[in-house]
Ligand binder design. Structure first.
Ligand SMILES: *Cc1c(COP(=O)(O)O)cnc(C)c1O
Length: 406
């Protein structure tokens, strides 16, 4: 492998494995809309999307129109939904590239209809109903009249009806069950307006693995596909982490007892020891707070981060590892020998959630795709027309697309 300063190793086989788990939890007939917002939570949305389409997922969810266009330009043809909303300036591109849009306001419905009329197309919208998240989405009491308006407007196509869970534990939390019940009531009323509601979707990862996956026809997993779930949810152990984060030792220094290391001299060597410097810092996405209790793996052994993490560098106490050399690989997230450090463990030390870490992996970090030769989701052949547009999804192809060598 071509070691760099810092690289995120993206394991496409782990992605396939996790998609198969999601498929099993959601049921065979359920459409998977893989959420790839924020560059697929920092995993590289183009490489992830190509492999996921090969594994048979039916749609993609993104956060912004720019993310949707990046996928279109990379040859992704499956339906793409902007999960939240867009600003007016993004509308033209969304219509031009056949991007589905969440909708929760009448004035937006009218703007969209007018623009679609001028562009001679239809705007595909997913009515977003607020069942308890309290953020985007229209309250159920007002959603029915918006639904009627969509239904009566020829330039608008009702492509779906959606809601989003506030509960982070899905149906294990009474709030999750309550939201699902509110959504069910709304759907019953909506079906008196039209039988064809398009895709109906509620479940994120936590929802899928707590029994809400097969209740509606479509699910929207993000985190679980990348191998992370709250520990409180069964099945968390079945998933495989997709991202590893690695660097290499650039400098070794023997220091006497009492030597201060790093900004503000917050750490002083309690004994004579050896300090390794790694060329990864908080600008690369390693959280500044992770210095408190954080560890890395070198040669299958744990080594504590010491002193403050700086913008470009991190220092590690390696006094207990014999004959260590410059150039040896340090694993910040992932496995090495029998040991492994999960995103969740790192997040724990940093006092944050795993998503925030993977999303913060900076632009200086190269993505190196591995695996991907095998299609891991059984019984879910991808649509042939889609596959025909994708010459190959192996790791080397994903790396080549990203302009990187393996
Ligand atoms: C991010 C997001 C998801 C995915 O959530 P996970 O917890 O990562 O599975 C699903 N739906 C919407 C609307 C989202 O914004």
């Amino acid at each position: 492998m071509d070691a760099k300063r810092v690289w995120a190793e993206i394991n496409l086989d782990a992605l396939g494995h996790n998609l198969a788990s999601i498929r099993q939890a959601a049921g065979a007939g359920v459409r998977i809309m893989l959420v790839v917002k924020a560059d697929a939570y920092g995993h590289g949305s183009v490489g992830i999307a190509h492999h996921a389409v090969r594994c048979g997922i039916g749609a993609l969810g993104v956060g912004t129109s720019a993310e949707a266009l990046e996928l279109r330009h990379a040859g992704i043809r499956v339906p793409i939904l902007v999960l939240g909303t867009v600003v007016d300036e993004e509308l033209r591109d969304c219509l031009g590239y056949d991007i589905h849009l969440g909708l929760h306001a009448g004035d937006r419905a009218r703007t969209l209809a007018e623009l679609a009329g001028r562009m001679n197309c239809k705007a595909k919208v997913h009515l977003n109903v607020d069942t308890g998240m309290g953020r985007l989405g229209i309250p159920p009491a007002r959603a029915l009249s918006l639904l009627e308006e969509i239904h009566a407007t020829p330039q608008l196509e009702l492509a779906g009806v959606m809601t989003h869970l506030a509960a982070t534990d899905g149906a294990q939390d009474p709030q999750g069950m309550l939201q699902s019940a509110v959504f069910d009531r709304f759907l019953a009323a909506a079906r008196t307006v039209t039988e064809d509601l398009g895709w109906v979707h509620l479940a994120n990862s936590a929802g899928i693995f707590t029994g809400l996956g097969d209740r509606y026809g479509t699910v929207r997993p993000g985190l679980a596909a990348y191998g992370v779930l709250p520990d409180s949810i069964d099945h968390a152990q079945e998933l495989r982490p997709v991202m590893g984060l690695r660097s290499q030792i650039v400098f070794l220094k023997d220091v006497p007892k009492g030597t201060p290391v790093g900004y503000a001299s917050t750490w002083k060597a309690p004994e004579a020891t050896r300090i390794a410097t790694l060329p990864i810092g908080y600008a690369d996405g390693l959280p500044w707070r992770a210095a408190e209790g954080g560890e890395v793996l070198i040669r299958g052994q744990r080594a504590p981060i010491v002193g403050r993490i700086s913008m470009d560098y991190t220092t590690v106490d390696v006094g207990h590892i014999r004959d260590i050399q410059v150039g040896e690989i340090a694993t910040l997230v992932g496995s090495d020998g029998g040991q492994s450090i999960s995103l969740a463990e790192l997040a724990n030390h940093a006092g944050t959630i795993p998503y925030e870490i993977s999303c913060s992996i900076g632009r200086r970090v190269s993505q190196l795709f591995v695996g991907g030769e095998q299609i891991a989701v059984p019984g879910q052949p991808a649509p042939l027309a889609t596959i025909a547009n994708i010459p190959s999804v192996s790791a080397s192809a994903a790396n080549a697309r990203a302009g990187r060598g393996v």
